[in-house]
Write a protein that binds this ligand. Structure first.
Ligand code: IVH
Length: 674
């Protein structure tokens, strides 16, 4: 018997890997496994053992290496190779036909073919490969810049970690390329995860889309690995551009390379075939294992894509036909009242559970008293409930016929807060009722959740269940107390081990580095959102200057009007709040920032950017306008002062002309901003 050489071992390991990759592909991409789970686990364990004996032979693309290192400092921003665009929508056959007409007009051709794909309701994501190896997974972000979520993307087993260069070459794909597609959580996985969370007393995700985003953007890859995410590709790029002549061929090439591409697609020769695909899936969509919200129709001939161009953020060579929001009819068993962070009381209908589009709906918002009156809703009524995308289900109308008799019990807003018993008031001219007790525990809970949330102080792990315990035990009475929590405090709580406690403390410590605007936003001052907080931070440059500013001085800040100025001044007049600021200062949070002097030349002027500018990116143009004191918004209305139109400007330009809004070009924008 000859001695086993190092080469033999390497070969043996590589052969295990190939087998496992093949079975991962059968299971996760084709949904058609050839072996049992136990057999698969056995193969995986054998590979793990071999690798443990020969750690020097471990490669990053080994199937054992899906769960690896954590992103340490949160997610790093990454520039996209070309913008990740969104799609314009069509809601009726007529709108779709007029899109087709436009395609014919602009291309000067009638022989156009269309690829129809399901519009998956998840989150779009780019995955880059270099030398056939997966190197980066990037969220869409704002379309220009996304977040590096590679560690989490690697855990998704329908995404290959590497593809042989020979194989790629045969298919016509270079070794360096990028795929784009939709990450989603199948409905079954979503339900399972929410059931488990409910059992642990954790907050539930509203729908699979939110669950997907929450999973992709969390910092522990081993958790992502446990939740079954799926990824379907719909685009293939080289240097940021598509390169097959036909989109249909792109999809087939992706499939041959081992990516998951939705098999529910067609190449349609004409509008009738497109329409028939749309109708077919409108009926069948309830039976799909994941949620879709429409059909994406794309011009197959990619050579026409450039000619057809873009309208603002969307290409003219594709359109999303959106299905109507899903609804169901059910009975209102009761109307409950929820108290939010600002003390707002929201009436919520407790419904007889009804399945709508794959999830069971048992609550729907009624917004406020005005809405209840508008709908004429009574307890015991049968109502139509609508659920669409990520919105909370809402009651849209009362249903009344012989099978659905009216209810009789009217709902009244309570005079006392259901959480703390404090006074409830409704200010003249406002739709909302509010609890005025500043110490209402409901406000406290929501205030802390807001403070800790992503985009504010980013304290991952400080979620609903933990906040409940901290507030109920009196350990946290305001957001300042978060910075006094000790490990021994945390260890006394339920479901809190040493490791989780340390993680929470690390997160709290990290939050101290976040800039001043986050702290201002986190305070939860009424009417002070993310953008206003940023303006305040830039204008005053420190918490002290902001805190001591008069209403008059506050009015000098970009976009701060009398209502906001009053609310800020009122907040800082309250001694309890000044005490809180002191506490946060002692906690070591960031209290100073960089002053950025915005000009006043364009103050009060509102701009909309459309089309592609020759010399500036959208962000640069926006910054120029904002630096001159102007404001940039997303849609054209009568209030818009200027529309800056670049090449290929589309519907926004049409709208500006229709409304008589002044349209300027890049040069004029330069001279306006100085
Ligand atoms: S194509 C420029 N194809 O829908 C092309 N998008 O509303 C942009 N989506 O951001 C995307 N399924 O997240 C495309 N088969 C599909 C899709 C799809 C879902 C999402 C995607 C995009 C959004 C636009």
């Amino acid at each position: 018997m000859s001695a086993t050489t190092a080469k033999d071992i390497e070969k043996q390991i590589e052969s295990f890997r190939d087998k496992i990759r093949h079975h991962e592909y059968r299971y996760y991409v084709l949904d058609d496994p050839e072996i049992s789970d136990a057999e698969f686990d056995r193969l995986m364990n054998e590979l793990k053992e071999l690798e443990a004996e020969h750690p020097d032979l471990i490669t990053p693309d080994s199937p054992t290496q899906r769960v690896g290192g954590k992103p340490r400092e949160g997610f790093v921003k990454v520039h996209h190779s070309s913008p990740m665009l969104s799609l314009d929508n069509a809601y009726t056959e007529e709108e779709l036909r007029s899109w087709e007409r436009r395609v014919h007009e602009l291309s000067g051709r009638k022989d156009i073919e269309y690829v129809c794909e399901l519009k998956l309701d998840g989150m779009s994501l780019a995955v880059r490969y270099e030398d056939g190896q997966l190197v980066r997974g990037i969220t869409r972000g704002d379309g220009t810049t996304g977040e590096d979520v590679t560690a989490n993307v690697r855990t998704v087993r329908s995404i290959p970690l590497s593809i042989g260069k020979e194989k790629l070459k045969k298919i016509g794909i270079p070794a360096d390329f990028e795929v784009r597609g939709e990450m989603l959580m199948p409905i079954a996985a979503f339900k399972k995860m929410n059931d488990e969370r409910a059992q642990k007393g954790l907050s539930l995700f509203a729908n699979p889309r939110n669950a997907t985003a929450g999973t992709v953007r969390q910092l522990e890859p081993s958790i992502t690995a446990q939740r079954r995410l799926d990824y379907f590709c719909y685009s293939l790029l080289r240097d940021g551009r598509t390169f097959f002549k036909r989109h249909w061929d792109t999809l087939n090439a992706l499939e041959s390379a081992g990516f998951k591409v939705n098999i529910r697609r067609v190449l349609a020769k004409n509008f009738d075939e497109v329409w028939s695909f749309i109708q077919q899936w409108e009926e069948k969509r309830e039976g799909l294992p994941y949620e879709i919200d429409g059909i994406v129709v794309k011009v197959d001939q990619t050579s026409l894509w450039g000619e057809l161009g873009y309208t603002g953020k969307a290409p003219r060579w594709a359109i999303a036909y959106k299905y109507a929001a899903r609804s169901g009819v059910t009975k209102i068993e009761d109307i409950l009242v929820q108290v939010g962070r600002t003390g707002k009381l929201t009436p919520v209908a407790a419904l007889k559970p009804v399945p709508i589009g794959g999830t069971t709906v048992s609550r729907a918002t009624l917004h406020n008293m005005d809405e209840i009156e508008r709908l004429g809703v009574k307890i015991g009524d049968w109502v139509e409930v609508e659920r669409g995308g990520d919105v909370i289900p809402k009651v849209t109308r009362v249903v009344e016929d012989k099978d659905h008799p009216r209810g009789h019990k009217s709902f009244h807003m309570p005079e006392k807060c259901p959480v703390c018993g404090g006074h409830v008031i409704r200010t003249e001219g406002e739709a909302d009722h509010r609890c005025i007790n500043a110490n209402c525990p409901a406000k406290l809970r929501e205030t802390i959740l807001h403070f800790a949330s992503r985009g504010v102080m980013n304290i991952d792990g400080l979620g609903g269940a933990l906040v409940n315990q901290l507030t109920e035990r009196g350990l946290v009475k305001n957001v300042g107390d978060i910075y006094k929590i000790t490990k021994s405090d945390l260890l006394k709580l339920e479901r809190m081990g040493d490791k989780s406690a340390q993680n929470v403390l690390n997160e709290i410590e990290n939050s101290k580095q976040l800039p001043l605007e986050r702290v201002i936003y986190g305070l939860g001052i009424r009417f002070v959102g993310e953008r206003t907080a940023q303006f305040l931070a830039e204008h005053f440059g420190s918490m002290d200057a902001l805190m001591n500013a008069s209403e008059q001085e506050l009015l000098d800040v970009n976009e701060v009007g009398p209502r906001i100025a009053e609310s800020i001044a009122e907040f800082f007049r309250e001694p309890k709040n000044r005490e809180l600021i002191k506490q946060l200062r002692e906690g070591g949070l960031t209290f100073t920032g960089k002053k950025r002097q915005r000009g006043t030349k364009l103050s009060g002027k509102s701009f909309v950017l459309t089309g592609t500018l020759a010399h500036y990116t959208r962000d640069e143009a926006k910054k120029m306008i904002e630096d001159a004191g102007g404001k940039v918004t997303g849609s054209v209305s009568k209030k818009t002062d200027y529309v800056v139109a670049g090449a290929d400007a589309g519907s926004k330009l049409d709208k500006a002309r229709e409304l008589g809004v002044k349209v300027i070009d890049e040069k004029q924008m330069e001279s306006l901003t100085g």
